[in-house]
Design a protein around this ligand. Structure first.
Ligand SMILES: C[S@@+](CC[C@H](N)C(=O)[O-])C[C@H]1O[C@@H](n2cnc3c(N)ncnc32)[C@H](O)[C@@H]1O
Length: 230
């Protein structure tokens, strides 16, 4: 069973090649989710488990100078990475904090996380903090994988070193349990065969070039939750 090892844990921070949203094979579900919200100028956002800040910078470009993006990560090294990635975006504020202790300077319109909850022991606690961080009527968007549903030449992927590699499979229930309305939820998996971005992504994650073998990367479950108005 091919295994997804460490590099996926800290892209950007640990030097993984999973950087740069324009080359990010998972960018399509992210774009779909943000479009679904109508994210635009002036929004206040938080990117929890921001890593190197690729998504934070993408959010900053969408919210503009009047908006704000809090890039939160428990790893202090992420702060410098985010500062470098967002040097042209003064609206990005890097904070070293764990998602379990999330406390922002102000309520936000959107609390977002991607590839975070698979790494935490109590994902429900993090989602609950995110739900508490948004204003009434605000949004919580979470994108998490079902690692074991990924395939290389038909064999299932695994990620034995993380606490919740398949957390995507229970994500809609976690969002509902946090008292949020389930506005939308779906799963999407990049797939390919032969040389290309999917093979490159797998190679960067596992160190194994799949060659001509067919690859289905782990499906990313996107859940769009909304805090009730009042
Ligand atoms: C796989 S990276 C995801 C980076 C980014 N969200 C993305 O999609 O490219 C996971 C990040 O979550 C951070 N992280 C892990 N556990 C955390 C926690 N409990 N609270 C906040 N950040 C955490 C790690 O330091 C790492 O930077």
């Amino acid at each position: 069973m091919p295994s997804l090892p460490g590099p996926w844990q800290t892209p950007g921070v640990a030097g993984s090649s999973f950087t740069g949203l324009r080359d990010d094979v998972y960018r399509r579900p992210l774009a779909t989710a943000l479009e679904r919200l109508g994210l635009g100028p002036g929004w206040r956002c938080a990117d929890i488990g921001a890593g190197g800040g690729d998504v934070s910078v993408a959010l900053a470009e969408m919210v503009g100078r009047r908006g704000r993006v809090y890039a939160v990560d428990s790893d202090p090294r992420a702060r410098d990475q985010v500062a470098a990635a967002a040097s042209a975006h003064s609206q990005v504020v890097a904070i070293t904090q764990s998602g379990e202790d999330l406390q922002l300077p102000e309520p936000v319109d959107l609390a977002f996380c991607r590839f975070l909850l698979l790494h935490v022991r109590a994902p429900a606690a993090v989602i609950a903090r995110m739900a508490g961080a948004v204003r009434p009527g605000g949004w919580v968007v979470s994108q998490e994988p079902i690692t074991s549903a990924g395939r290389v030449a038909g064999a299932a992927l695994s990620m034995p070193d993380v606490p919740n590699p398949d957390v995507g499979a229970v994500l809609p229930a976690l969002v509902r349990a946090a008292g949020l309305e389930l506005a939308d939820a779906w799963a999407e998996a990049p797939a390919g065969a032969g040389a290309g971005p999917v093979a490159s992504c797998l190679a960067s994650l596992t160190g194994v070039d799949p060659g001509e073998d067919p690859v289905v990367l782990p499906p990313l479950v996107t859940v769009v939750g909304r805090r009730p108005q009042g």
